[in-house]
Design a protein around this ligand. Structure first.
Ligand code: FPP
Length: 247
């Protein structure tokens, strides 16, 4: 059991955990600036927080964790920063390949991986392959991901299947969901944004239609399991009606 579990027993007893949590990793740069460190030191700290929070999610029984690590817009950042983030992703994927089986963790990357280096693409293919044999907690990392681009890609894929006669039924929301990177995964119940901003930033636009939002000023590298507990508590206090009314 990880040391940072704060109230595992309480959550198990309460049995109202979100199945799927999505997080926008934000605030790494400001965290570094406050310490007079280069921005990449913030991303390094952020990647460690991701490991810690993913471990905690798995321990308390969350089934899916999806994080926004690199958006389609993030290529506009200085070359050195982009290179630093790619190196961290490379390191993380190497470790994942080593540990996934033992820790019973599935891993997926959501996004257009064709713009990533051949080495990163190879590592992603390996994590996909290993994930096929695992039934457990699933971590999804969004890299070169944009919510609008994902919807357009899904529409193109559906149109191709339709033109080829592979689908003949009228398009439904459920069918369309199966063209998303998140096919087969329940939509996020809870979306967390640290870093004090109050926007969606093109993250999981299709999937977050009914997600509960939790915002905090805490910068991502400072985000702790205790803060996750607070977000889950807030989630539990919400009245989810999915557009209907309570009987
Ligand atoms: C946003 O903070 C963060 C990013 C764009 C990069 C996140 C990447 C990592 C944590 C590294 C690898 C991740 C994994 C999952 C292994 P920001 O730089 O926009 O912060 P700021 O708003 O304070 O400038």
């Amino acid at each position: 059991m990880a040391e940072n579990i704060t109230n595992n027993a309480a959550w198990e007893q309460a049995k109202c955990l979100p199945r799927h949590i999505a997080i926008i990793l934000d605030g790494n740069g400001r965290w570094a600036k406050k310490r007079l460190l280069p921005r990449n030191a913030g991303h390094l700290a952020g990647s460690e927080t991701f490991r810690n929070i993913a471990t905690y999610c798995k321990e308390i029984g969350i089934e899916y964790l999806t994080v926004y690590a690199f958006s389609t817009e993030n290529w506009k950042r200085p070359e050195e920063e982009v290179g630093g983030i790619m190196k961290l992703l490379d390191k993380y994927l190497h470790e994942a390949i080593r540990d996934m089986r033992e820790k019973n963790i599935r891993m997926k990357v959501f996004g257009d991986v064709s713009r990533l280096s051949p080495q990163l693409q190879q590592l992603i293919a390996e994590t996909d392959e290993i994930s096929k044999d695992i039934e457990g907690f699933q971590a999804n990392i969004c890299i070169n991901y944009g919510g609008r681009a994902e919807i357009v890609r899904a529409a193109q894929a559906y149109a191709e299947d339709y033109a080829a006669g592979k689908v003949t039924d009228e398009l439904t929301e459920d069918m369309f969901s199966n063209y998303m990177y998140s096919a087969g995964i329940p939509d996020p119940d809870l979306l967390i944004r640290p870093g004090g901003e109050y926007r969606l930033s093109n993250f999981l636009l299709w999937q977050c239609a009914y997600s509960e939002f939790y915002y905090t000023d805490t910068l991502w590298p400072d985000f702790t399991p205790q803060e996750l507990d607070k977000a889950i508590e807030a989630y539990n206090s919400r009245d989810r009606r999915f557009g209907g009314v309570k009987p």
